[in-house]
Design a protein around this ligand. Structure first.
Ligand code: PLP
Length: 285
């Protein structure tokens, strides 16, 4: 059965969804996005995603397509129309369609708004059970990774480079330090049990799951340090993991072919995943 997707004010079967060839998202990757997870048909941390969307739009001086309330209503309508119980909702806003020009189009150009659902298992996954392998690759992305833009070719290339080495994902490295995974934030647990993850800056995306997991770690009396770490420090770590809205907390069991600990998901990653899912099931709206 085909999905019902939302495109610029209309709910249509996916085969009928259309966007102009002049859309700046298509021509310049001039667009931003959000991915919100859905559990039991409810939205996880919707407020966090909307706040980040607003920030991305404002950093790019991009007009908003509608109010927060309207965006929420579209999310709920898509959940209902597609009978989504577990999965994600993808939202994309672009600067809209205009004749091709590097300068932004005149004010008043209508932004494009597209949303669609992806039905997928989030809780009971192989990655959560067995952990994932990562390979380090140079971070070839631009300098404003704090803005969640749709220009995802660089992380896509990084992921393919990691896969070519037999890994599941890449940990991208810049100036000797790990920035993040291709679509997740990266963490290690040092020998004394300290959780280390890169501090917020323009070098990484400010993960909504990262904020929640760090809060939960602190509440669970886990010592947290927000600072850059090297790939060598990561390889010597007791355990490692990644976080993202679409995968929650996933243990990392191997970095560049080096097994961490006993090569199985570490206790802190497993515990934080459990807490995150439990809390999300309680607070999803
Ligand atoms: N870092 C990058 C580069 C990402 O693309 C993502 C998610 O897409 C994340 C981190 C995790 O962010 P969030 O927890 O908000 O999904």
């Amino acid at each position: 059965m085909s999905r019902i997707v939302y495109v610029n004010g209309e709910y249509v079967p996916e085969e009928e969804a259309k966007i102009s060839v002049f859309d700046r998202g298509f021509l310049f990757a001039d667009g931003v996005y959000e991915v919100t997870s859905v559990l039991e048909g409810r939205l996880v941390d919707f407020a966090g995603h909307i706040t980040r969307l607003r920030r991305s739009l404002s950093e790019l001086e991009m007009a908003s397509p509608c109010t927060d309330e309207a965006l929420e209503a579209i999310h709920r309508e898509l959940i209902a129309r597609n009978n989504l119980t577990e999965g994600v909702i993808y939202l994309q806003v672009t600067r809209g369609a205009a004749d091709r020009d590097f300068a932004y189009p005149a004010e008043g150009t209508q932004p494009s708004l597209v949303l669609f659902t992806q039905d997928k298992t989030l809780i009971d996954t192989k990655a959560a059970r067995d952990g994932i392998k990562v390979a380090s690759v140079p971070d070839i992305r631009w300098g404003r990774r704090d803005i969640k833009t749709v220009q995802l070719l660089a992380p896509s290339m990084c992921k393919m480079a990691a896969k070519a080495q037999g890994a599941d994902d890449a940990w991208m490295v810049e100036d000797g330090f790990v920035t993040e995974g291709t679509s997740n934030n990266a963490y290690i647990v040092t020998g004394d049990g300290t959780l280390v993850t890169r501090n917020l800056s323009n070098a990484i995306l400010h993960g909504i799951t990262r904020a929640a997991v760090l809060r939960m770690a602190r509440e669970a009396q886990i010592k947290v340090e927000e600072r850059p770490f090297t790939i060598d420090e990561a390889k010597a770590a007791r355990e490692a993991f990644v976080t993202a809205a679409s995968s929650f907390v996933n243990p990392v069991v191997e970095i560049d072919g080096v097994s961490l600990g006993d090569g199985t998901p570490g206790p802190i990653a497993r515990r934080l995943r459990e807490i995150y899912i439990e809390e999300s099931l309680k607070t999803a709206t």
